[in-house]
Design a binder for this molecule. Structure first.
Ligand SMILES: Nc1ncnc2c1ncn2[C@@H]1O[C@H](COP(=O)(O)OP(=O)(O)O)[C@@H](O)[C@H]1O
Ligand SMILES: [Mg+2]
Length: 560
């Protein structure tokens, strides 16, 4: 009687980990595929259940056999993902009966079947293939994917922008039924590096020269941030500013008279910054008639006046107001068009409506001055959130049994998210952080979800990151970032992140509740591509000396 030599066996089983010892790795592998971190194993028991697990790491144990010759054993650690029972795959669930009978690499057909059958065709949204086997498409549940927030993290050059572009390109061409023209997807990209225009040639493209934002829709915090020197902490400035805005809002209000005394600083009403400036100047130069007249001297007979209580004290404030209002770079927010743009046009330009509808709106913010970036992003984000909020209210009022809160849901894409929502309490980030955190917490209910891309995940506000349900973790080399991501990933699979600093461009750990099986995937290449900001130095340097057109550079520099 000859016993079959057992090459691989399970040596321990924990709820979230299985350890396997393999004598001969060559014999253990499938012919067509090398085992790697991220490959799947199947572990069968005697009850016809098969546990699918993903390899998290390999170690080699060196020992000796009876003859004193050196031996090596491979120890594989794998994370259980789910069970195939009666031909059906279930995520999670209980583990297999112990002791496990047999362990081997999962069969290609078995994995393929899991991806194919775990989602109905109409729910499948596909932008990647399995990294270890490019024949296997890896779909996610499209509804769950977009309804919850998405995070894409990876070092520079790992493929974030290409992944963002691919996901949006797929979303824009997805269709149910046959119709001509656009589908109903609505995506707004906050693009600080002017990267996305080339990936979406037909998108609505808005940059600093075409963007028009109404300053009168800024909330009180944003207005103060913009116009008041917050360091000076001057109550008089604040009070004058606040009252002047309320006065201007009241003066321009065209609704029922009885509402006028309910108007406050944050009422979403039109006001004119010129009124505010005038009122501040008037107060700063106020002379109060005392009712007396000069009895003698040069002014004899003229009315006697005293200075108002704030006489001369608002000079700094006024010059700040003036310099903001005269700053050409802020024309998109404070210029004539900002005074006249209507609410309807503001909203339309941002969500793709109007002349030439568009699924994708690219907000190229590269020209927005750094010191107003936060309030700009905050204002736009808040308008988009409130659109969702009020649209839901409207729909529910119209039909109380409405089950879909928003039939025109939005996806807001923040490239370099750590720049808008950093893990920092500095005042200069407060506005954008507040607005985006609100979307992270409540946006889902109102059909406003987020896609955050970042090369510095550890610098992103944890409040926001913790609200993301689906992750694409591309190559991450910084240990701080790896640790941070690991901690926030929804599964026990976080360890994979530090095991994978050598992923190729576009290769990532795809994980989250829209995902059938957590997998290491290769994102499909997008077409057309976002433009890279990489300059081919060496190519350029090798060319003949280039004559620089310095006068034109000067002209651009001096433009106001
Ligand atoms: N899915 C992919 N397939 C193939 N190549 C990719 C893929 N994603 C990115 N790349 C390559 O990697 C490079 C960097 O990608 P990019 O998206 O600009 O990275 P990041 O935004 O993370 O800095 C690109 O030049 C591109 O050619
Ligand atoms: Mg990028």
């Amino acid at each position: 009687m000859e016993h079959e030599k057992i090459n691989a066996e399970v040596i321990s089983v924990f709820p979230d980990k299985v350890k396997i010892s393999v004598d001969d790795l060559e014999d253990f592998q499938l012919a067509e595929e090398k085992l790697k971190v991220g490959s799947y194993l199947r572990i069968a028991d005697n009850d016809n259940a098969v546990l699918i697990a993903i390899i998290e790491n390999f170690t080699i144990e060196v020992g000796h056999n009876a003859e004193g010759e050196p031996t090596r054993k491979y120890i594989l650690e794998a994370n259980p993902l789910g069970i195939i029972r009666d031909g059906k795959f279930e995520r999670g669930g209980d583990t297999i009966a112990i002791p496990p009978k047999k362990v081997e690499p999962a069969k290609t057909e078995e994995i393929q079947k899991i991806f194919e059958e775990s989602l109905a065709d109409k729910d499948k949204f596909t932008f990647a293939t399995l990294s270890t086997n490019s024949a296997i498409q890896v779909p996610v549940d499209g509804n769950k994917f977009f309804n919850k927030h998405i995070a894409i993290v990876g070092s520079t050059g790992s493929g974030k922008s290409h992944s963002v572009a691919k996901i949006i390109q797929e979303a824009v061409c997805a269709r149910e039924g046959t119709y001509e023209g656009l589908n109903n997807s609505h995506i707004v990209i906050f693009d600080i590096h002017s990267e996305y225009k080339s990936a979406f040639p037909t998108a609505r493209y808005i940059d600093i020269s075409t963007l028009v934002l109404p300053y009168w829709m800024l909330n009180s915090d944003e207005l103060q941030e913009l116009f008041i020197d917050t360091e000076a902490n001057d109550h008089n400035q604040r009070n004058v500013f606040k009252n002047a805005i309320i006065n201007s809002k009241t003066q321009h209000y065209e609704g029922p008279v009885e509402n006028k005394n309910r108007i406050h600083f944050d009422s979403p009403l039109y006001f004119d910054m010129r009124d505010v400036l005038k009122e501040a100047r008037d107060i700063n130069t106020l002379e109060i008639d005392t009712g007396e007249v000069y009895q003698s001297g040069a002014k004899k007979g003229q009315p006697k006046t005293t200075h108002g209580s704030l006489y001369g004290q608002l000079t700094n404030f006024i010059s700040r107001l003036e310099s903001r209002l005269n700053d050409k770079r802020l024309d998109f927010l404070l210029g004539d068009r900002s005074r006249t743009i209507t609410f309807d046009d503001t909203l339309k330009q941002l969500i793709g409506y109007g002349e030439g509808n568009s699924n994708v709106t690219i907000l190229d913010l590269s020209g927005v001055p750094f010191d107003v970036m936060s309030i700009t992003v905050s204002l736009i984000s808040r308008i988009l959130f409130e659109y969702g909020y009020y649209y839901k209210r409207l729909r529910c009022n119209r039909s109380p049994d409405e089950t879909i809160n928003n039939d025109v849901p939005l996806l807001l894409v923040y490239e370099e998210a750590h720049k808008y929502v950093p893990n920092s309490d500095l005042a200069k980030y407060r506005a954008s952080k507040q607005s985006i955190e609100r979307i992270a917490k409540e946006g889902r209910k109102y059909g406003v979800s987020l896609l955050l891309a970042s090369q510095r995940p550890s610098e992103i506000s944890e409040t926001i990151f913790a609200q993301c349900n689906n992750f694409l973790a591309l190559r991450l080399t910084n240990p701080n970032d790896q640790n941070y991501v690991k901690r926030l990933l929804p599964d026990t699979l976080g360890n994979l992140v530090e095991k994978m600093p050598i992923l190729r461009a576009g290769e990532c750990l795809l994980i989250g509740d829209a995902v059938v099986l957590p997998s290491i995937v290769q994102i499909h290449e997008c077409d057309p591509k976002p433009s890279s900001n990489d300059i081919p130095y060496f190519d350029l340097w090798k060319q003949e000396w280039i004559d620089l057109d310095i006068p034109s550079i000067k002209e651009e520099w001096y433009k106001i």
